[in-house]
Design a protein around this ligand. Structure first.
Ligand code: NAD
Length: 479
């Protein structure tokens, strides 16, 4: 096999493996290098998302949700159970099996599509050459006409809270706990803090979330973040805003977290602390000085709108470049770059990237929030539908939350959709499709939705934009 390829992809997370498969499908001779190995030293594909991110967290979120429902909600709907218990070892085993199945699936897909996979640590050097060091110390060099960097991101750590992998842990450690901590501290009320805080709270932990900002979920539409704060509080998450963690101290009876808020200094004693204060792009050891690839001031690989770096023939996609750190955004970038290398002309629509927080209810949005529209001086109309008015939501006791559609005041084009509801991660795709097609609120209003379904909430919210929703009051007086 030649050491020269049409495309080398560094990183086999969602962005990288999508790029590699698509490139190979288009007839490009493609290699994919990833350094991730399991305990036995065997290569594992799928990156953070499959191994220690999206997939295992969703497994734990689903199991913990079912457990909580069985314990707290079933009796009200006539399902009686014997004592409901959770076996953490079985829960974790199930999670591992899900991860194993999927990572093997990715390996199978790469193979079936003819991608050559290397398990090694790769460094990009001058002339689009890639030096690969495998775990057994073997060195190999390959080169390509095009290189796609997809090296992902790693958790941010903060000096006051040094992680010891035992008491003070990151998101990866929080997915691996073998017992339910009685008291859990979470630093950061972002996506990871809320999802993992929810998992362990449902399983019985008393969870305190310390958030530096004085606003909860500032990137979400404010109506949604207010509703979310209300729901999470009801579920027992103690979210303390405007708190600055100054130290963690491991003692015999737990971890003491020192923090200050607007009033004074505090100490909180917990059994474990999860540090979830964000992620940063991973480029350590990936780029030699001669590679020609530049970083931006925040440490991301500098790319243009088409994911081209400053070096000819070298592209970067996913968490390692600007934009939201979301697997689906990286996947689309990977596909776009592969297709562009093959001579096609696709684009990624960065205005239509859905965001989801997999709490219960789920929180999801796409496009602009009311606050962004106001700040940009865009005139808009709003339609809101409370899930409590949905027949299907009532039938399945999922009445918390709302759906909001924002449309341009003049053109009626949909500018943003914001959902807090059960299955919001599924519902939001309907809004993404509508926005991709440039739909107006009227277009959605004129669309027939199956009854009864949660999706009808989106229909009603779109109708509410022009005061035509049926299941909420928006009666106008005749004059
Ligand atoms: P995040 O940026 O979503 O949230 C981090 C939070 O920590 C912020 O609210 C920030 O203000 C707070 N914070 C920062 N420093 C702090 C400090 N010293 N003390 C207290 N609070 C502090 O980051 P994350 O939750 O760690 O997630 C990382 C990335 O992974 C995000 O980009 C996220 O989008 C992505 N992710 C997405 C999903 C999903 O799509 N469901 C799930 C997990 C992670």
């Amino acid at each position: 096999m030649s050491d020269y390829y049409d495309v080398i992809v560094i990183g086999a997370g969602p962005a990288g493996y999508h790029a590699a498969i698509r490139a190979s499908q288009l007839g490009l001779n493609t290699a994919c290098v990833d350094k991730w190995v399991d305990a036995s030293g065997a290569g594992v594909l799928g990156g953070t998302c499959l191994n220690v991110g999206c997939i295992p967290s969703k497994a734990l979120l689903d199991i913990s949700h079912k457990y909580k429902q069985a314990r707290e909600d079933f009796s009200a709907i006539g399902i009686t159970t014997q004592k409901v218990d959770i076996d953490i070892a079985t829960m974790q085993k199930n999670k591992r099996e899900v991860v194993k199945g999927l990572t093997r699936g990715v390996a199978g897909l790469l193979k079936a599509n003819g991608v050559e996979v290397f398990t090694a640590t790769a460094e990009l050097v001058a002339g689009r050459k890639v030096k690969m060091l495998s775990s057994d110390g073997q060195m190999k060099e390959i080169s390509a006409a095009n290189v796609i960097l997809a090296t992902g991101s790693v958790p941010v750590d903060i000096p006051p809270c040094p992680m010891d992998g035992e008491s003070v842990i990151d998101s990866e450690g929080a997915l691996e706990l073998t017992a339910v901590p009685a008291r859990l501290g979470v630093i950061g009320a972002g996506v990871i803090g809320l999802e993992l805080g929810s998992v362990w709270s449902r399983l019985g932990s008393e969870v305190v979330v310390l958030e530096a900002l004085d606003e909860f979920l500032p990137s979400a539409d404010r109506q949604l973040s207010k509703e979310a704060a209300k729901q999470f509080k009801k579920q027992g998450l103690d979210i303390r805003l405007a708190t600055r963690v100054t130290a963690t101290r491991v003692e015999d009876d737990g971890v003491v977290v020192s923090y200050t808020d607007t009033d004074s200094d505090h100490e909180l004693l917990v059994d474990k602390v999860i540090v979830a204060v964000g992620r940063k792009p991973f480029t350590e050891g990936v780029l030699s000085a001669e590679s020609g690839v530049q970083l931006d001031e925040r440490g991301f690989i500098h790319v243009n709108d088409l994911c081209a770096t400053d070096a000819p023939g070298i592209f970067a996609v996913g968490d390692v470049v600007r934009g939201p750190m979301l697997a689906h955004k990286g996947m689309e970038e990977g596909i776009m770059v592969a297709e562009r290398i093959a001579g096609e002309k696709p684009l990624v629509n960065y205005d239509c990237v859905p965001s989801v927080i997999y709490t219960h209810p789920e929180v999801a949005w796409v496009g602009q929030s009311e606050e962004q529209l106001k700040a940009d001086g865009v005139g808009y109309k709003s339609g809101v539908f409370p899930m409590a008015a949905s027949g299907r939501a009532l039938a399945s006791k999922e009445t918390a939350g709302l759906i909001k559609v924002l449309a341009d005041e003049n053109s009626d084009q949909i500018l943003g959709v914001h959902i807090m509801a059960a299955h919001a991660s599924e519902l939001i795709s309907e809004a993404v499709i509508a926005m991709e097609f440039g739909a107006t609120a009227e277009d959605l209003g004129l669309t027939m939705f199956a009854h009864p379904s949660l999706s009808e909430g989106l229909h009603e919210a779109a109708l509410a934009v022009s005061g035509r929703a049926i299941h909420i009051s928006n009666r106008k007086r005749r004059t």
